[in-house]
Design a protein around this ligand. Structure first.
Ligand code: PLP
Length: 626
């Protein structure tokens, strides 16, 4: 457990049992109830559900909504803050129907609302918000239809707020509101000069593509005033970017936002709400640091710092404490989903060199290359590394020039791998800072490849697109010392389809510690914290579709209950996404088979088998099936 840092990144929701299984702790680590993930897999198998599966845990979503709301409510009490907290969940972070349904259900007790950034998200939000006064923040570009619908939402009791992203929206909102005779509630999104760090830092700051700069903000306020709509301006919004690792950036930007808020009150806008956007980070690396995949604060600290900063700034200016809205998406749903992957095969880079294969009269390059490994010691690691590559490249060149045969080339490659593995063996016995930097890359160069039954592009798109690190952990055998190091490849035919950055003891490593898979037993890996952004950003590379999704909760006696089950895409499904008609696909194939019957190549019995195999495959899962 320590090696994989489970306790560090899991937020208390996952742990390792004495039997070495990863367990779910739905109410946090101190609560007794625990659910073994291998037991869930076994239960799914018995139900006929094969890997890969995306497991969802609604209890974790419920708990995170609770953490956020209770964190703010406790801070409000601690600082005697005069306003209240209202969270909204940004639909874009995970738009799946189940997520929105559950956010609305679990959030109802806190008045937790939704944030929509497009017309489709607006429609989903309107269908699922159910209580009078539910908050709906509308960001993004809004056309007339969007605005009409948002205004009507106000008429049916939804507290819908249009956040102005660009100056052109102002007139459209005023005109539409006049035409329908409905007073809008308006927010303004500002670009702050302070910006955070981490991958999404450009979402905030001067060069952000969203929000108004100070000049545009004043123009908008003037326009609302002139048209008699200044009383509708009631919210200030900013968003620093997702995954802000450093709490100091959160405080700095918030201070600036408070100054803008006070300025808007001085301009005569009634205000009342300060929407601090998203950014509340997840500690994917478990390092509790300012590094991009981590955070140097807890949810509770975030809530306290926000409340304390706003109170201080408002008190300085003698302004009423506003309602605080936050749009935390990642922190709400990241823990919620785990991708379970079975390992299909292993490829090892184990040199099997027998030195007697290199005869005395072998080409001098082969003999010299062999000498590299023999001369190796702690002092000449880098030199031997350089020489190993030099001789390998020379041998390849001579082969290409026709001066060496295929057997010599093959021998040359074997000696090369043998040299590298000897070099790495010595390096791995040394302290990391003593190993020459270039040689550290040997770890992944020589690692095993574990082929996992999944598509990186479908299930972990951020690992591919932005090098996001997700914790990957074998879900059983964690009481056994892992004996191998591996990178994880997917089953797409794309060399980018691999995971080669892992969390280990609070830092990033290029390989994952793994166990030797046992015969007749599937080796299972869990990829954790994949609830935010991954599901809908994923694509159909190589036509590998959505995985099965199973939503489970704690049942009685350590067992689990299946809450919902959504079958993954079939091959017919994915073909239809790219505009094939599965019926036509089938009849085209049948026509080809019939041609083979006509020409006498196959008989009708064989025809039946061929067509059946085709039809079964067409209806089957896009992933590897047992
Ligand atoms: N609000 C806005 C306007 C966003 O653009 C985003 C995402 O970047 C969020 C909220 C959600 O941010 P996070 O997932 O970091 O909470």
């Amino acid at each position: 457990a320590a090696l994989y840092g489970v306790r560090e990144w899991s937020g208390g929701y996952f742990d390792v049992s004495e039997e070495g299984d990863v367990v779910l702790c739905p109410k946090g680590e101190n609560d007794g109830s625990r659910l073994s993930l291998p037991r869930v897999v076994e239960g799914l198998r018995k139900r006929g559900i094969s890997m890969p599966v995306l497991l969802r845990f609604p209890e974790l979503l419920d708990q995170q909504i609770h953490e956020l709301n209770s964190g703010f409510n406790e801070a409000i009490e601690e600082y005697s803050y005069g306003g209240r907290y209202r969270g909204v969940y940004p639909v874009k972070v995970n738009q799946q129907e189940q997520v929105i349904d559950e956010v609305c259900t679990y959030g109802a007790r806190y008045g937790h609302g939704l944030e929509a950034g497009s017309k489709a998200e607006l429609i989903a939000a309107l269908a699922y918000l159910k209580n009078p006064g539910d908050l709906l923040i509308c960001n993004g570009y809004k056309d007339e239809r969007f605005i009409e619908l948002g205004l009507y939402a106000r008429r049916i009791g939804i507290d819908c707020v249009f956040v102005i992203e660009t100056p052109i929206e102002v007139n459209l909102i005023i005109e539409t509101a006049k035409r329908l005779g409905i007073r809008p509630k308006v927010g303004v999104r500002v670009r702050l000069s302070s910006c955070g760090s981490g991958h999404w830092k450009d979402s905030g700051g001067d060069r952000s593509v969203f929000g108004l700069n100070a000049g545009q903000l004043m123009d908008c306020i003037d326009r609302f005033r002139e048209s008699g709509y200044l009383d509708c301006v009631q919210l200030l919004h900013y968003h620093l970017g997702s995954q802000v690792p450093d709490i100091r950036d959160i405080r700095t930007s918030l201070t600036e936002a408070c100054r803008v808020y006070v300025g808007l009150i001085e301009e005569g806008a009634p205000m009342g709400t300060l929407d601090i956007g998203g950014g509340l980070a997840i500690d994917y690396e478990g390092s509790q640091s300012k590094s991009g995949g981590s955070r140097n604060y807890t949810i509770q600290e975030y809530c306290r710092d926000v409340i304390e900063t706003v109170k201080h700034q408002m008190d300085l200016s003698k302004v009423d404490h506003p309602t605080i809205v936050s749009e935390s998406g990642r922190a709400t749903v990241a823990y919620y989903s785990v991708l379970l992957v079975d390992v299909l095969d292993v490829n090892r880079f184990e040199p099997d060199l027998d030195e007697s294969e290199v005869p005395q009269d072998a080409h001098y390059l082969l003999r010299n290359s062999l000498e590299v490994g023999r001369a190796l010691n702690d002092e000449n690691l880098q030199e031997c590394y350089n020489d190993a590559f030099y001789y390998r490249d020379e041998i390849r060149q001579l082969f290409q020039a026709g001066a060496l045969g295929l057997r010599d080339r093959s021998l040359g490659e074997k000696i090369f791998w043998d040299n590298l593995s000897k070099i790495w063996k010595l390096c791995s016995q040394m302290d990391e800072d003593e190993v020459p930097e270039e040689l550290l890359g040997l770890e992944s160069f020589l690692a095993d490849i574990y082929y996992g039954n999944f598509s990186l592009f479908q299930s972990l798109p951020d690992a591919w697109a932005i090098d996001q690190v997700f914790p990957v952990v074998p879900i059983e055998r964690l009481n056994e010392e892992p004996s191998r190091r591996a990178i994880l490849s997917d089953i797409t035919c794309d060399c980018d389809g691999k995971v080669d950055r892992f969390v280990e003891s609070g830092r990033i490593r290029r390989t994952l510690a793994v166990h030797e898979p046992r015969d007749q037993e599937k080796y299972l890996l869990g990829v954790f914290l994949v609830g935010a952004y991954q599901e809908t950003l994923g694509d159909l590379h190589n036509l590998l579709g959505d995985t099965h999704v199973v939503s489970v909760r704690m049942g009685k006696g350590g067992d689990f209950e299946v809450d919902r089950e959504i079958e993954g895409d079939s091959i017919a499904d994915v073909l239809s996404y790219v505009e094939y008609d599965p019926k036509q696909v089938s009849s085209r194939f049948r026509a080809s088979v019939e041609r083979a019957v006509r020409s006498g190549d196959i008989d009708v019995d064989e025809r039946r088998s061929i067509v059946k195999t085709f039809e079964d495959t067409l209806r089957g899962y896009t992933y590897f099936e047992e």
